[in-house]
Design a binder for this molecule. Structure first.
Ligand code: MG
Length: 258
């Protein structure tokens, strides 16, 4: 029997105010990352900076301690998609791309956002991967429409990515977000008619994160022996962009911005 789409709560104006502040702080962390990322910087230094920005602004880094994750950001380099653990011996090199994912909790409400950055000069192919992945996120955001099924967001992202000859990851999805970082529904970045949440009808007041990860080779992934770091199965480059959004009568309002 077919599962029904997830039950999804809509947020009150007061809750949205708090989520907007959590989202603003996610964007503030990214503004600091953009300045700090350069050849020679370690991912542990980026983590220290992110945590201090979050705490100085009266919020809590949601990633730290989440299922035992040890840091306030995920820092994933080149063929790493997501969940890379910041380390003092991971030094950014000219030509790398690094994906930074971070989350905040402000007065009990969550924000979540990821961005991939070039380190110094990068190849044209790597730059194109970043551009297509970021644009795919915004195609998904543009497809958010009240009273329409979630799958039109999935379709917009998949179509855009595949039209550019790239592959969108299946195993990791966007998600509802509110008091918890990960709540129902699952937001797929590819069309899967067998997934009940594909039929979820978007309603004003819903809050969720869209976060396509796009690979230059296969969409398949594997997890390294550290139990966290997800890499592409074929070692090709991967990029990741994410915003937390509010569904409105007129589409989507991006909460993770300054
Ligand atoms: Mg997320």
């Amino acid at each position: 029997m077919k599962r029904r789409p997830a039950q999804v709560k809509c947020r009150t104006a007061e809750q949205i105010k708090l989520m907007r502040e959590a989202g603003r702080l996610v964007a503030l962390v990214h503004a600091h990352m953009r300045e700090a990322i350069k050849p020679g910087v370690t991912t542990a230094e980026l983590d220290t900076l992110a945590e201090s920005v979050i705490r100085k602004n009266g919020a809590i880094p949601s990633f730290k301690g989440y299922y035992g994750f040890p840091a306030s950001i995920c820092a994933s380099i080149n063929d790493e998609l997501v969940h890379g653990i910041p380390r003092p011996d991971r030094v950014l090199q000219e030509g790398d791309i690094v994906s930074i994912d971070t989350g905040t909790i402000y007065k009990g409400w969550q924000g979540d956002g990821a961005w991939s950055y070039p380190v110094g000069q990068i190849s044209d192919a790597a730059q194109r991967l970043l551009d297509v992945t970021k644009d795919a996120l915004y195609k998904g955001i543009a497809a958010v429409e009240a009273n329409k099924p979630m799958m039109q967001v999935s379709a917009a992202i998949q179509q855009y990515v595949e039209n550019h000859g790239l592959a969108v990851v299946r195993e990791y999805t966007g998600h509802g977000i509110g008091r918890e970082m990960h709540e129902p529904p699952e937001i797929l970045h590819y069309v899967n008619m067998a997934h009940a949440d594909s039929y979820l009808v978007l309603q004003p007041g819903m809050t969720f994160a869209i976060e396509p990860m796009v690979n230059m080779g296969t969409w398949r992934t594997r997890v390294l022996a550290d139990g966290w770091t997800v890499v592409t199965a074929d070692g090709a480059l991967s990029a990741h962009f994410e915003h937390t959004l509010l569904v409105t009568e007129n589409g989507a309002d991006i909460l993770t911005r300054l």
